[in-house]
Design a protein around this ligand. Structure first.
Ligand code: CDP
Ligand code: CDP
Length: 225
């Protein structure tokens, strides 16, 4: 079974996807982390802001893998280095949507994302999972939440990790990425026509998980998945 979770920035996609993977014993893939890792590589290797297409000839040098740390938490490796923390910083957040507009970057990552589904059931979160990466996914969730609630959640999360960011900075980044992601030419953020919309503005982590697990049970009752 493939579960696709798409939606706007900071609405809880990866939290939901991770919880689903744990509850169902599926593999979890954070496609946004892959775009962030490509961005980090560009920032570290001389790709200047505004000339993001200079990443194209460098793509062959990038190897992205997922692994688990000593506590069993998923980590992402960029050419063997654990960059899980660094990709969440504001520098990457400010640039990532510009890299994600580039067709060659998307082709490079989508091919790898599709490969993960060859080894069993997966849940993947991102922007184009239900529309482009897995248009035949058995369950597609389009997650959404009020923008100020999303900004507050991201702010609380970054503050709790000791990051010195302001609410204005977070809100501006959210607005800019949502705009670019929805309006780009290649695989824009869209709700798939057969996706279930879930507004989690008033739902906590457990409540959103319960809603989606119920959908999974309904699918399992009518198929042999
Ligand atoms: O966690 P957050 O929602 O802030 O972002 P993310 O899922 O880590 O994704 C970072 C950025 O990567 C997004 O703003 C998109 O520009 C891009 N992305 C994409 O274009 N397609 C995906 N499937 C996943 C992410
Ligand atoms: O992956 P995405 O950027 O969509 O969001 P996330 O990283 O899963 O969630 C952003 C923050 O919102 C995290 O700190 C979650 O714990 C929190 N969250 C929440 O407070 N209530 C929810 N229903 C879902 C997520």
């Amino acid at each position: 079974m493939i579960i696709a979770v798409d939606g706007y920035s900071s609405c809880g996609k990866s939290t939901l996807a991770k919880d689903l993977a744990q509850a169902l014993d599926f593999t979890y893939i954070d496609s946004g982390a892959m775009y962030r890792a490509v961005t980090l590589y560009g920032l570290r290797n001389g790709v200047t802001v505004g000339k993001e297409e200079d990443i194209i000839p460098l793509l062959d040098n990038i190897k992205i893998t997922f692994d688990k740390d000593a506590e069993g938490k998923q980590i992402i490796l960029l050419n063997g280095e654990d960059v899980s923390k660094e990709i969440r910083g504001m520098e990457v957040s400010r640039s990532v949507s510009y890299y994600a507009k580039i067709k060659e970057v998307r082709c490079f990552l989508v091919a790898q994302q599709r490969n993960y589904a060859k080894n069993g059931s997966i849940v993947m979160d991102g922007r184009d999972i239900g529309t482009v990466v897995f248009p035949d996914a058995e369950l597609k969730i389009f997650l959404t939440a009020n923008q100020s609630i999303r900004a507050q959640r991201r702010y609380d999360e970054m503050r709790a990790k000791g990051k010195d960011v302001s609410m204005e900075e977070i809100l501006e980044n959210l607005r800019e990425r949502d705009y670019i992601d929805e309006n780009r030419k290649e695989s824009p953020l869209r709700k798939a026509s057969d996706a279930v919309v879930l507004d989690n503005s008033q739902l906590n982590r457990q409540e959103q998980l319960d809603v989606v697990l119920q959908k999974v049970h309904e699918i399992r009752n009518t198929t042999n998945l």
